[in-house]
Design a protein around this ligand. Structure first.
Ligand code: PAF
Length: 281
């Protein structure tokens, strides 16, 4: 696997592959790779001639300084995992390479980046959009792979690609879970033993929503589930909602059918914030 740090060197290497008509599959990450990322890598490897992964902890998408500082970093272990998964290239730029000067772009996603995660993490999706657009311009992938665990991020990326007419096909990939249902996330390693034991309750509550949602009882199920979750010591729900899977606006039986809806949750376990979702089709 080739490791590249400079934009110019990466462009040259990829141009050579493109010249021999090779397809390029791209998996952007912030490192701390787990099975969820590696599934994206394996899919990109199996569907493309060249799989490239980027590892870049993007400072401008963190609205919490402590979160940025505590973000787990282990480059050697990440590279070993990528190599084992069959990835051919990894791009690991420094902050100064990606942002030689501050990027002040402002995207207009309408409501999409103001609700849910956007309400609690102002500026987060603008920072994601800036870096993903930059990475797409550098890598020029045919296909880019994103996990459905970050459901709103995926909606933002789809909107970005549409708005900016970026010639890439976005491939959504299902959430990968631990045996007890907890969605894989780099943040899981920050959970204490006690918090880790409670964490699967988040997905269990989503399954129970899926089982009892009939397309009309959204408000009452949500209220009941929040009530049940609030009884669990150490767990604090930030939001739990059923929304339209395209607009991410609250489920309204007048204009959304049950099959087009998704339940989204964000909850704190101690000071670790976890998100998860389930499609209600
Ligand atoms: O999902 C992530 O890891 C990041 O938000 C992404 C897409 C790599 C952009 O920094």
């Amino acid at each position: 696997m080739i490791r590249i740090q400079q934009i110019g060197a990466l462009k040259n290497a990829l141009n050579k592959e493109r010249a021999s008509n090779k397809s390029i599959g791209f998996v952007p990450t912030m490192g701390a790779l787990h099975e969820g990322h590696l599934e994206l890598i394996r899919k990109a490897v199996s569907e493309n001639d060249i799989c490239i992964c980027s590892i870049f902890v993007n400072p401008i998408q963190f609205n919490n300084k402590e979160d940025l500082e505590k973000y787990p970093r282990d480059l050697q272990s990440d590279c070993d995992k990528l190599q084992k998964a069959g990835c051919q290239m990894v791009f690991i730029p420094e902050v100064s390479e990606m942002y030689p000067e501050p990027d002040l772009a402002q995207f207009d996603f309408g409501q999409l980046d103001k609700i849910l995660e956007g309400e609690f993490r102002p500026g987060h999706f603008n920072g994601v959009a800036i870096v993903v657009k930059k990475l797409f311009e550098i890598v020029r992938p045919d296909y880019a792979y994103f996990g459905e665990k970050d459901f709103q991020q995926l909606a933002i990326i789809n909107r970005l690609v549409e708005m900016e007419k970026i010639p890439v096909q976005i491939i959504p990939c299902p959430t990968i879970r631990e045996n007890d249902g907890l969605a894989m996330s780099s943040r899981n390693m920050r959970l204490t033993k006690k918090e880790r034991a409670i964490a699967p309750q988040i997905y269990r509550s989503l399954i129970s929503i899926k089982q009892s949602f009939n397309g009309e009882n959204a408000a009452e199920i949500i209220q009941k589930t929040i009530q049940n979750l609030s009884k669990i010591e150490g767990l604090k729900v930030e939001y739990l909602t059923i929304v339209n899977n395209k607009t991410l606006l609250p489920f309204d039986p007048q204009n959304t059918i049950k099959d087009d809806s998704v339940a989204l949750i964000a909850a704190f376990l101690g000071n670790v914030r976890l998100i998860d979702n389930i499609k209600l089709d």
